[in-house]
Design a protein around this ligand. Sequence first.
Ligand code: GUN
Length: 293
Amino acid sequence: GQAAAVIDGKSIAQDIKVRIAGEIRRTKAAIGKCPGLAVVLVGERRDSRTYINIKLRACEEVGIATQIAKLPENCTETELLDVVSDFNEDPSVHGIIVQLPLPQHLDEEKIMTVVSPEKDVDGFHPLNMGNLAMRGREPLFIPCAPKGCLELLLRFGVEIIGKKSVVIGRSKIVGLPISFLLQRHHATVCTVHPYTKKPEEIISQADIVVSDVGIPNMVRGNWLKPGAVVIDMGTNLVKDPSSRSGFCVTGDVCYKEAIKVVSAITPVPGGVGPVTIAMLLSNTLDSSKRAFG
Ligand code: GUN
């Protein structure tokens, strides 16, 4: 068939960042204020530290001020809640992210509830998540990865209304909110999860496939409908002796098979990842605009 288009998330993210940087520069010149993001890291997970460094660097690039609070792996819930409360009270902070996953002994659901909904740039607070789920209500923030997924579909001109779409996975920070968001945009949405019977059969009918699985190369080319659009949310670390770090990042979808079947696909890395980071910047800018009035 026709060669598939590769959806270049890097250049789309760059475009968004240039626009955000310009807006922040003009606001700074006009009123002397800039947006601020606070990041909370608990423990020493390497992946979390990497993600946070990427987020902080992106903030620097566009002129968002950053603060980071690092807590030890064995910190108490009270210590963590105090840090979040301080950021809630700090008028120079417009966005707060608590990097997930948290150590086992801390209650993620509870922590998400303590971040002020007005500063919840991850969109994980149940108030924002609930408002996303309920048509006719507007969340203050939409989670960054789902927003990035939608941005790629819209920028690529993919028709969503009435299209059969499948979200593989139902994680609270990616799969579930993506299915809400696609429904808000009038797609017909099916969720595939570990209890789904014959997932291949369902996936093979979809015009839009979004994967949030966490298993490298799980989705095979012959599962996909010819001409489908694939958004691969997977960022799986796979051993790769030829790379300097010893690892490479691989998607959930078997790219070299899929590319022969689909009409468009996001690569990993360089697909939805950079756009997700751009959405964090966008959410933080939006929050600061509401605060500045
Ligand atoms: N862990 C994996 N993805 C995310 C994210 O988008 N935000 C936070 N805070 N933690 C994560």
